[in-house]
Ligand binder design. Structure first.
Ligand SMILES: [Zn+2]
Length: 467
């Protein structure tokens, strides 16, 4: 009896403590992820668009933290375990998505058509671990995951799927289809809002045009439509979609959405003419998700910042970072229409890992960040020890490493397709292992502070939600 009373006293104490922890509880959480958006990419983007004295939208959020990003088996992470750490609180191996720490990466193999549709993740290879999106869904909230990459890419996939390989895109897509084979039942009646690229992972093999697609012959978009989803392929179809239904928008037939620089070029490149901006996608996602009176969880990824950095093409990395930052602004403006002080809504902005971009030399204030370096005293081009000019932005590794450096001209380095010089020659630039930044504002944001591990962010999101 005494034990029972004691137990009930402890239970009461725990219950009584809970409201204090949950003070500023967030009804809604929007989690922004700039893929590969390390600290120097943020600084360079700020200077590119707003100057040294200016601020990005993300710079204006009151709460900040630094995040350690290493993976379970690697000093430098890829986007799978780093995003999965934010979403699940578990430190896992490189290339693994939202699985237990013992899960070993095994890549899919190719089918007769040459597409990697055969999933090699066995049922005994680790266990799924719950994601914050699944927890929010289980609490009756609406949930969404939107990106500028393929919808099955590592970052969005970490929110709604569990698998031993980020490359198993076709199996990842199947996990999002309610009632279908391979469905992730932890999603309840399904993710309410999905947007991105890579339609080929959702549609049957197309022997004529794309030469890619599902080996199992399923059309997952038809299956989603049968489950009540609006299926959109363009910005116009997205705009016309009713807000009271589930929604999937896939704006690219076989790959990622276009870079912002190409989407907004005249004329736009590829499918860019019909693709929405990330800001437009974000506002529509909020319109759709806010129909649920229990609140929502939304993940928004600026996914191609990373791709441009891998290419050491700083111009596209900076313009995609600005587009990502514009999406943050659009979301805050939209939320403030109904929640002026963000008393119900938490906004978190972070990156999954760094890159090897460096801001280099003692450039003059106001010198264009993409240009050759100019001395802060004289304004004249700065020279290396061999007498050649160089750019302010350089990378630790990547494809453009001249055996012998030569003089660089502004016209060359300011061109859209210019690849910055690097120290080590690699065909594709690698991620960096340094800490990244986190910014937060709104309901429950006070707890985001200090120098913390990426897995801790999951706990903070849960606390802010009051879960
Ligand atoms: Zn990457």
């Amino acid at each position: 009896m005494k034990r029972l009373i004691l137990a009930s006293l402890i239970a009461t104490a725990v219950t009584a403590a809970a409201p204090a922890l949950a003070a500023g509880e967030a009804k809604n959480v929007i989690f922004f992820l700039g893929d590969g958006m390390g600290p120097s990419t943020i600084t360079a983007s700020r200077i590119y668009k707003y100057g040294e004295d200016g601020s990005l939208q993300m710079d204006k959020l009151e709460r900040t933290a630094r995040i350690r990003t290493y993976a379970n088996d690697a000093q430098t992470t890829d986007s799978a375990p780093s995003m999965a750490a934010y979403m699940t609180g578990v430190k896992m191996n490189n290339e693994v998505l939202s699985m237990s720490a013992d899960t070993v990466n095994v890549d899919p193999s190719k089918d007769a058509n040459g597409n990697a549709t055969i999933n090699n993740c066995s049922a005994t290879n680790g266990k799924p671990v719950p994601t914050i999106l699944e927890l929010a869904k289980a609490k009756g909230k609406a949930v969404g995951s939107i990106t500028t990459t393929e919808l099955t890419h590592a970052t969005p996939a970490a929110t709604y799927s569990h698998i031993c390989s980020r490359n198993a895109a076709y199996a990842i897509a199947a996990q999002a289809i309610p009632g279908g084979a391979g469905y992730n039942t932890a999603l309840g009646d399904g993710v309410d809002v999905l947007m991105g690229g890579g339609r080929n992972h959702f549609t049957p093999f197309d022997a004529t045009t794309n030469k890619t697609g599902r080996g199992d012959g399923r059309n997952l978009l038809t299956e989603l439509a049968a489950k009540g989803y609006t299926v959109a392929a363009t910005k116009a179809e997205m705009a016309a979609a009713p807000n009271n239904k589930k929604f999937i928008g896939i704006y690219s037939s076989r790959s990622h959405l276009e870079y912002e620089l190409d989407r907004t070029a005249t004329p736009p490149l590829g499918e860019g003419a019909t693709q929405p901006s990330l800001a437009e996608m974000t506002v529509k996602a909020i319109d759709l998700l806010s129909q649920n009176s229990n609140g929502f969880f939304l993940m928004v990824e600026g996914g191609r910042i990373d791709h441009a950095l891998h290419n050491t093409n700083a111009k596209r990395a900076l313009t995609d970072t600005i587009a990502f930052d514009d999406a943050i602004k659009a979301a805050i403006d939209k939320i403030k229409l109904t929640d002026p002080n963000l008393t119900n809504t938490l906004i978190v902005v972070t990156a999954d890992h760094d890159h090897t971009l460096a801001i280099n030399g003692y450039g003059k204030k106001g010198n264009p960040i993409l240009d050759i370096n100019r001395d802060y005293k004289t304004g004249l081009p700065t020279k290396d020890a061999d007498g050649n000019t160089y750019t302010t932005l350089v990378f630790g590794n990547g494809p453009n490493r001249p055996n012998l450096r030569t003089n660089l001209e502004s016209a060359t380095v300011l061109a859209d397709n210019y690849k910055q010089e690097t120290s080590i020659r690699l065909s594709s630039e690698t991620h960096g292992g340094g800490d990244v930044k986190l910014f937060a504002t709104g309901a429950g944001s006070k707890i985001f502070k200090g120098s913390i591990d990426n897995t801790k962010v999951f706990n903070l999101l849960k606390t802010a939600f009051g879960f």
